[in-house]
Design a protein around this ligand. Structure first.
Ligand SMILES: C[S@@+](CC[C@H](N)C(=O)[O-])C[C@H]1O[C@@H](n2cnc3c(N)ncnc32)[C@H](O)[C@@H]1O
Ligand code: SF4
Length: 376
């Protein structure tokens, strides 16, 4: 697998909306880090040269000392062939920013930083329980944009009590830095999060769905006006700056996920995921065992995923590709299922590709599920 994802499962503080795997028991960092290095060794036969992308995600990988990032990268660089345009991304929390840190990781080979801004509004930061202020995001952006040709920032829309004006201001502030890439996510109320608990108890009122849609529509219009391609539902890039890691993922290429909870995919039928318990993970790796579960995807699963990711991408879903990957039966099924959506103009044909119309883009996931194959 030519794409490597490394999950660093620690955060200083729990954001109230997040259910990604992380622990705030920071004392366990060094043993997990040792295990991550060892897992790379143990799974060396799964890593296929040349490497196209390495992605440090989490959790908060910017909690790793710079020299730890150097160790991981050197382990990979010394053993595998690397593509010329290798992309090495690190997700950076604004509270972990320092000029010294950024200089060091750049020297060690991180050529793309993804900064978790979320919002430039103080109230939003508190509501989400972020561990940084808008001022820290600005300071980090000032420096990263001066040093890095390629960087990205994350924003969240649909935050409770937000408004279209606040969202416009977030986008305006972000665009002042001309980020080559932005990922903008709709706030999802995840189970077992404090946000979910507060919403259920009526302590926090959700933003009206229509306003969330308005924020999304403003986002896609404004970024397009500024030269960005909305190349995937939540992802925007200036030409030449599409994320290699994310694109490979959406294009069904294989990847290997290292670290607790990390997922891997062989590009065919097999998906696996590591245990998301940090202690179980380190115990297993220390005794040379790989702590994973796996599933075999059937043709219906693969078709459904192809439809979902395809409609989220600017490329859309090619009928010919569906035929060549899954056969005539699936192509015919897709034509039949999409018929009404084409008639009422929720979807349209661009050549042989089915795409979602702009006016209902916000509803992409719901619409694509109408095309899923559910007769098992
Ligand atoms: C899991 S975080 C890891 C990066 C880093 N720790 C950070 O917070 O910026 C990756 C992205 O997912 C977003 N995210 C996590 N949970 C989310 C949710 N419930 N709704 C929308 N975005 C979410 C985060 O805000 C962040 O931009
Ligand atoms: S959003 Fe990022 S910093 Fe916040 S808890 Fe999730 S992974 Fe940690």
């Amino acid at each position: 697998m030519a794409n490597i994802y490394i999950h660093y499962p620690f955060c200083k503080k729990a954001c109230h909306y997040c259910n990604f795997h992380f622990s705030t028991k920071l004392k366990n960092q060094s043993i997990v880090l040792e295990s991550i290095l060892k897992e790379i060794e143990l799974r060396s036969d799964e890593i296929i040269s040349p490497i196209e992308s390495i992605y440090f995600g989490g959790g908060s990988p910017s909690l790793m000392e710079a020299n730890c990032i150097e160790k991981i990268l050197n382990k990979i660089f010394n053993k595998y062939k690397i593509k010329n345009n290798l992309e090495v991304t690190l997700e950076l929390n604004p509270d972990d920013f320092s000029k010294d840190y950024i200089n060091k990781i750049k020297n060690y080979g991180v050529n793309r930083v993804s900064l978790g801004v979320q919002s430039f509004d103080e109230f939003d930061m508190k509501l989400l329980n972020r561990n940084h202020s808008p001022y820290q995001s600005i300071k980090a952006l000032d420096y990263i944009s001066s040093l890095y040709d390629n960087f990205s920032l994350d924003l969240i829309y649909g935050i409770p009590y937000s408004s279209i004006e606040k969202w416009k201001n977030n986008i305006k502030t972000a665009l002042e830095y001309k980020p080559p890439h932005l990922s903008c996510y709709s706030l999802t109320i995840e189970p077992k999060t404090i946000l979910n608990y507060k919403v259920e108890r009526g302590e926090i009122e959700l933003l009206h769905e229509k306003l969330v849609e308005k924020q999304y529509n403003y986002l896609i219009r404004e970024l397009e006006l500024n030269g960005y391609k909305n190349y995937e539902f939540s992802s925007f890039a200036l030409p030449g700056y599409y994320s290699i890691n994310n694109s490979n993922y959406w294009n069904g290429k294989s990847y290997i996920g290292i670290g607790p909870s990390a997922h891997s995919y062989d590009g065919k039928f097999r998906r696996s995921w590591n245990t998301s318990n940090n202690i179980k993970y380190t115990k297993a790796i220390t005794s040379n065992k790989l702590p994973f579960n796996e599933e075999k995807l059937n043709i219906n699963d693969l078709y459904n995923e192809f439809i979902m990711t395809g409609l989220r991408k600017e490329d859309g879903v090619s009928l010919e590709k569906v035929r060549s990957l899954f056969g005539d039966k699936y192509k015919e099924y897709l034509i039949k299922q999409s018929e009404n959506h084409i008639i009422n103009k929720n979807m349209f044909f661009d050549g042989d590709k089915i795409k979602i119309s702009k006016k209902v883009k916000f509803l992409t996931d719901g619409l694509s599920s109408d095309l899923f194959f559910i007769r098992y």
